[in-house]
Design a protein around this ligand. Structure first.
Ligand code: GLC
Length: 415
């Protein structure tokens, strides 16, 4: 296998973008504070050891994707040169590239030998107009976490549809009689993750938002999708104030043994298996249920490394990004923080499989996960969907009104 750093350096040289190396360069790396920032530090330490003269400072962004984007929007629109390397949610490279905030890393065709190691969706998300604009940090998809011990206790299989999940959770809640236990925790708060929550049943029923660049929103499909989530709240499977639940709330609740099922991203696993977890060794991971008559789908997540266009250390930043997205670093992240690997080969790696026994089946989930719409106006699309979803789940708007508003507002944004 070609060493990723060597391969990348060759691309950077070919692109003619190198500047002379500096001794004693400090690179500031912006990372997400959700998940395991300490794993990013560990990888940065490794890089420092191997690259004398380079120091890496870590800047922690907000805990959620949209807070991080807000921080970066402010820094980059004022051309702040203090950040060199940025971690970006998969929904952002297109927008950041259109704004001129990230430096192209090279020609995508020339980078093909490097890109072929990655799950295709990530190579695609990071290619804009033939240019490679970012490289993957980790893959992600919404997964169904379930309490293996409770399903075993009641002799129930892992549910394959949302009605089955409601029935299974209902039986367990009735049997356990524990007022602290919820059937399902999911993200109903008006955060980025709620966009994915909304889309799960909508996509599962075969609907799209855009097709061949055309807006093809299905209003009835959206009403049905809202009703899946609202139904889970109305039946008492999800808790009443689920509209206040964000990503890490779901993680905490499930980890404390307060939910039978959780819809959550990959990072949950390493927490659930941690020493202080109430559910250690009691958790299973599966693909999320389908709507009745639909197909199981997930929402594609993931994070990407990019170089700030305002960094004064372009060459050093590129080299760091190459290392951060290389197999050595992504394997450490998979093992220590259950960040799903972006490279297909790591799904068959024995060390990764030991840390995440379900990782092989997760590959299919990630590979078939559906991306959120790719558009430079993604912020507006997200805002519309997550606030209306939150209003429906919180009971302040009907599914019909919310679907009509999504239709009217997205039609203008995506036209
Ligand atoms: C996860 C996903 C990311 C998504 C976010 C939403 O971090 O990887 O793509 O947008 O959750 O909360």
């Amino acid at each position: 296998m070609k060493h990723p750093i060597l391969a990348w350096t060759a691309i950077a040289l070919a692109a003619g973008t190198q500047t002379p190396a500096h001794a004693d360069t400090t690179l500031r790396m912006f990372v997400s504070s959700q998940g395991s920032p300490e794993t990013h530090r560990k990888i940065a330490d490794l890089y420092e050891q191997r690259n004398p003269g380079i120091k890496i400072e870590i800047e922690l962004g907000g805990a959620t994707s949209e807070l991080q984007a807000q921080y970066l929007n402010t820094a980059l629109s004022s051309r702040d040169p203090s950040l060199d390397v940025l971690i970006l949610d998969i929904i952002r490279p297109a927008q950041f590239s259109a704004a001129g905030w990230i430096s192209p890393l090279g020609d995508a065709a020339e980078a093909a030998p490097v890109l072929k190691d990655y799950i295709k969706a990530y190579a695609d998300a990071n290619t804009v107009d033939g240019k490679l604009v970012a490289l993957p940090s980790h893959a992600d998809a919404l997964l169904l976490y379930y309490r293996k011990d409770l399903l075993d206790k009641y002799g129930l299989p892992v549910p394959k549809t949302w009605p089955e999940l409601a029935e299974t959770a209902g039986k367990i809640l009735a049997g356990e009689g524990n007022p602290e236990l919820q059937g399902l925790s999911f993200q109903g708060k008006a955060i980025e993750g709620a966009v994915c929550t909304f889309f799960l049943p909508y996509w599962s029923a075969g609907h799209d938002l855009t097709r061949d660049g055309k807006f093809v929103f299905d209003k009835d499909g959206a009403v049905a999708a809202f009703n899946v989530w609202k139904g889970l709240v109305d039946q008492g499977i999800a808790k009443k104030n689920i509209s206040e639940v964000g990503t890490d709330d779901t993680r905490r609740e499930f980890q404390a043994g307060k939910a039978v099922f959780a819809s959550l991203w990959g990072y949950g696993w390493s927490n659930f298996q941690g020493e202080d977890s109430a559910v250690r060794d009691k958790v299973g991971v599966a693909v999320l249920p389908a709507v009745e008559g639909g197909r199981p789908v997930s929402c594609l997540g993931g994070w990407e490394w990019a170089v700030s266009a305002y960094s004064r250390h372009q060459e050093e930043a590129r080299k760091l990004v190459t290392f951060l997205s290389g197999m050595e670093a992504t394997k450490i992240k998979a093992i220590e923080a259950s960040y799903l690997p972006p490279q297909t080969a790591l799904y068959a790696d024995p060390d990764v499989q030991k840390a995440m026994p379900w990782v092989e089946s997760a590959r299919a989930v990630v590979e078939s996960a559906i991306p959120r719409p790719v558009t430079p106006r993604y912020n507006e699309v997200s805002e519309v969907i997550r606030t209306l979803f939150n209003a429906v789940i919180g009971g302040s708007m009907t599914p019909e009104d919310a679907a009509a508003q999504i239709d009217a507002r997205l039609r203008r944004i995506l036209r």
